[in-house]
Design a protein around this ligand. Structure first.
Ligand code: GLC
Ligand code: CA
Length: 514
């Protein structure tokens, strides 16, 4: 695999395009709105963007139900507008990943319409169909009764998302409709997906975040089949687009990295214990939880993946509750001091930098269900609709946080003590020290069950930096032979070090040169 250099110092910002900035008053965000706010993102310190799906779609799952992979959704703009956005991003020295949804399409996709036909055609094998209308593929929900052809079509997520056919790792002999991965149907699906990647990479995007990356091949318990599939994609990228960056929604870094991804997310589902830190009854950064299981799993992952590739920890995303639902005030600052001092590229979910809240009690919008409250419009300023849109309030994509004290970017930027400024400072310092960046190494020096602080040493570029995080309400001490030097970042007071014991004040975070 060819390394993508800019990932070494990348700090991503996730944009949910619907809710970011509307420039034509239709109540929904658009490409021009994103272009207008690039300087804001850059000022925060982020130098890369992941944008959620922006393709033509009936939007029953916010765009994760693609109807035409080659066409920007008209509500966001045209393909030319998107190309212009790529230009604006690159002219600022920034990069952008599009969201690739390879596992399923919308049931309105032309491939699916063709695949439903009784008469054999090019798309007959594009999706996973059984040969019996009354039998769903094992382990999957299915669409039945929509097609002229006989059979049930497997779905990956919602009922309107038929599963594309990349084949079965171990097809069962008594189920001839389970095609091997090298059968013509699955091969054609994969080639079609490569064409889509080619199209957008040629237009100027810098890579992809890949939706549900491990799910493509069925009956593939150890993921051997899907690893081979992604290695095939990797070979294609190395040949044609060696600079394209790939991050997977997978959650098993050793496997995704073997598959040729540069980065994998540690997610709120799967074995990562991510939620222990940020989203549970007693999250570690809320002041009183346990980080030890997270650290244990993280270390195991480091060993399994041989230190190669990047494990990326997001502040949140469009699928989980907002960080600020569980963690407040100083806790948020300390949580970001963690995110900005860990290896891998950090991802900031839009609005998390101003402490945007999870909006309770919303009806589901575009298949959001409980996720809807994390997808509300970005709060820019104190003008109408928080500066998101000039549409009447009842025409906004999702209702704004109704709280009169809701945070806004304008207030946050005007207040030197805000979370926004804290994060800006953290990113700036991260950017000045390779040891703190994506590829610097990490050694945990203190992390005990149910206790504080969390301490680790980052190393790289000839430097070693001690990070000590104490989100609890009491000073926290630990035995340690290290002698902390200059504080390059300090929130909530500095360390005291005496006779091999280091003490961190309550609610504090610090990064120290060793
Ligand atoms: C991923 C996306 C999520 C979507 C699902 C189905 O998990 O992040 O938003 O609903 O895949 O595509
Ligand atoms: Ca708009």
């Amino acid at each position: 695999m060819i390394e993508v250099k800019w990932l070494d110092s990348a700090v991503f910002y996730e944009i949910y395009p619907q809710s970011f900035k509307d420039t034509n008053g239709d109540g929904i965000g658009d490409f021009r709105g994103i272009a207008e706010k690039l300087d804001y993102i850059k000022e925060l310190g982020c130098n890369a963007i992941w944008m959620n799906p922006c393709y033509d779609s009936p939007f029953l799952d916010a765009g994760y139900d693609v109807r035409d992979y080659y066409r920007a959704a008209p509500r966001y703009g045209t393909n030319d507008d998107l190309k212009a956005l790529f230009g604006e991003i690159h002219s600022r020295g920034m990069h952008i990943l599009l969201d690739l949804v390879p596992g399923h399409t919308s049931w309105e996709h032309e491939w699916f319409r063709q695949s439903c036909r009784a008469e054999r055609n090019e798309f007959t094998d594009r999706y996973i169909w059984t040969d019996n209308t009354w039998e769903a593929p094992e382990g999957m929900n299915a669409l039945i009764g929509l097609a002229e052809r006989v059979g049930a079509c497997g779905v990956n997520f919602f009922s309107h998302q038929p599963a594309l056919n990349y084949g079965y790792y171990k097809p069962k002999p008594d189920k001839p409709w389970q095609q091997p991965t090298d059968a013509p149907g699955p091969r054609a699906t994969l080639e079609a997906m490569k064409d889509i990647m080619r199209f957008w990479l040629n237009m100027g995007c810098d890579g992809f975040r890949v939706d549900m990356a491990p799910s493509l091949i069925k009956n593939d318990e150890d993921r051997k089949g899907v690893i081979a599939l992604w290695q095939d994609v990797r070979a294609f990228l190395d040949r044609e687009f060696p600079d394209a960056a790939m991050v997977s929604e997978w959650g098993e870094p050793d496997k995704s990295l073997q598959g040729g991804f540069h980065m994998d997310f540690l997610l709120h589902f799967g074995p990562s214990h991510y939620n222990d830190l940020f989203r549970c009854d007693r999250p570690f950064f809320g002041g009183g939880g346990d980080a030890s299981e997270f650290v244990k799993t993280y270390k195991e992952n480091l060993v399994k993946s041989g230190g190669k590739g990047l494990m990326c920890i997001p502040s949140g995303n469009h699928d989980m509750y907002r960080l600020a639902k569980y963690i407040h005030g100083d806790g948020l600052r300390i949580a970001f001091a963690f995110l900005m001092s860990m290896p891998g590229a950090p991802f900031v979910y839009y609005g998390d930098e101003i402490g945007m809240r999870y909006v309770e009690g919303l009806y589901s919008v575009e298949g959001g269900y409980e996720r809807t409250g994390s997808r509300s419009p970005m709060q820019w300023d104190s003008t109408e609709n928080a500066g998101f849109s000039t549409a009447p309030a009842d025409r906004l994509y999702i209702r704004l946080d109704p709280d009169s004290g809701r945070p806004t970017a304008e207030k946050a930027m005007a207040d030197p003590g805000s979370l926004w400024h804290e994060i800006q400072k953290q990113i700036r310092i991260r950017t000045e020290h390779p040891a703190l960046q994506s590829r610097g190494d990490i050694e945990f020096v203190y992390c005990e069950k149910d206790s504080c602080p969390l301490a680790y040493v980052r190393g790289g570029g000839g430097e070693k930096i001690l990070v000590v995080l104490n989100p609890s309400a009491k000073p926290a001490a630990f035995e340690c032979g290290l002698v902390p030097g200059e504080a390059i970042y300090c929130f909530g007071g500095g360390l005291t070090a005496k006779a091999g014991v280091i003490t961190a004040p309550a609610h504090s975070a610090g990064w120290y040169i060793l």
